[in-house]
Design a protein around this ligand. Sequence first.
Ligand code: FAD
Length: 538
Amino acid sequence: MELRSRIPSGAIESKWDNHRFEMKLVNPANKRKYTVIVVGTGLGGSAAATLSELGYHVLCFSFHDSPRRAHSIAAQGGINAAKNYQNDGDSIYRLFYDTVKGGDFRAREANVYRLAQISVNIIDQCVAQGVPFAREYGGLLANRSFGGAQVSRTFYARGQTGQQLLLGCYQALEKEIARGGVQMFNHTEMLDVVLVDGKARGIITRDLRTGAVEAHAADAVVLATGGYGNVFYLSTNAKNCNATAIWRAHKRGAAFANPCFTQIHPTCIPVSGDYQSKLTLMSESLRNDGRVWVPKQRGDKRPPGEIPEAERDYYLERKYPSFGNLSPRDISSRAAKEVCDEGRGVGETGRGVYLDFGDAIQRLGEQKIRERYGNLFEMYERITDENPYKVPMRIYPAVHYTMGGLWVDYNLMTTVPGLHVLGEANFSDHGANRLGASALMQGLADGYFIIPYTIGDYLATAKLEKVSADRPEFVAAKDGIEAMTKRLLGINGKRTVDAFHRELGAILWRIAAWRAMPLGSSGRWTEFPSFVKSSGRT
Ligand SMILES: Cc1cc2nc3c(=O)[nH]c(=O)nc-3n(C[C@H](O)[C@H](O)[C@H](O)COP(=O)(O)OP(=O)(O)OC[C@H]3O[C@@H](n4cnc5c(N)ncnc54)[C@H](O)[C@@H]3O)c2cc1C
């Protein structure tokens, strides 16, 4: 397979400008003749409204009951942009540099530079939509710091930034649905991509209420279906986030990149028992004011209030003084695991560290902390029944975000012509293993600002004949899905799907989350054969 990244020539600062000029356009009257399928309504799915505004006919799909249930709604801390409102040394180049470095130098630099350039437009677009970003007393937009950055460039709406950004997208989408530009299919899960003459020309779906399997044809397909963190079973993703769409696209020939590149977020509520099906993130923004510590002594079971200052180890401040509690996510996660492995972890299971707001409350007052993080504190108290204004939070790392995904070129197209992938579902441009607040930025950059140009170039140059959903390729794909469903339902097994998922997730967490997989002498993953046997698959 040939991977053509199609990075434009020229200096990095001018690649995107030149490319936008060089790409072919579809004139307004012709746009009406094209149908584009967009699967997903999160921030990456912002493409649906944008493409419809441009004049394309859009079919939009989501397995949720409403577009605004997309998991982007869970994002808490904020979104980065190189606005340099704080005058603290930020610039497009610095955001580019931080992101490439944060991404372990695996990101495609031309994409990341474009992302940093576009970041400033995203904030303007969202403000124009009415997204209520936090403001300073004088009315200017406020910023806070996030891990791995030494400037304050994160725009936020309390601890519900994703929700507010998604409401902006959702309103734009609803407007286009009402206008008739977007046909919305809620409760509808995509199960396959259909290729005609090697190009993506449609999808197969199932209506989750009636079970009806249907085929939908289009001129191009856009997947914005989110990440695959749930393969680990326990993660900060919602239970129904799944990898069906990208997996089916991969089976149809779309290359997958960096599958092992998973972000373990250091600030989550620790696992408390086998009954759990998901973990809860406590936003990284909390580490702006919270201090991370464990007792110096192993096995110290005293309540935190009884452990004197001299017997506490503020290990992030000690080991990484220039970043302190806002050390990058991978470093903070590994450091937490290390102190717990040493026997200094806190809580009943010993797999937890404290995130303590005592100093900040003393310095700023409880009201200020409530204003900044009120909803997060409330959420923590509801889950743990502990009041974080009085006792330190307990946190532990958890799977949070996937940087791998379907491989895309500079135009966000996969190795299957016509199949484009946006947001967390693609192998990201960004440094999310260290930098928080870059996933929302990427989703909106892809959906609002990049795909509107690049899909036009594809449609204008691809020479597409009209296809309809009764073609043999669609019928065969639909039959394949129905046969697969029948086979799975016909197994009549004794264990639930969830039981297999839980077991597989535990294996992955043990052997793949923190380090490279141990390979057996045969070169195979050693724990998998027994799982495969017990799941009845060969
Ligand atoms: C708890 C939490 C907090 C976070 N906080 C931040 C933060 O502060 N800042 C930041 O930058 N990032 C944050 N992130 C990461 C960020 O929220 C996500 O990476 C981003 O929102 C993903 O957006 P998306 O549009 O790619 O996918 P999603 O928002 O997950 O949307 C996926 C969409 O695809 C649809 N879909 C999926 N599969 C199918 C299918 N087979 N058929 C039909 N529809 C399908 C779903 O219905 C949904 O509409 C956070 C993530 C989590 C889990």
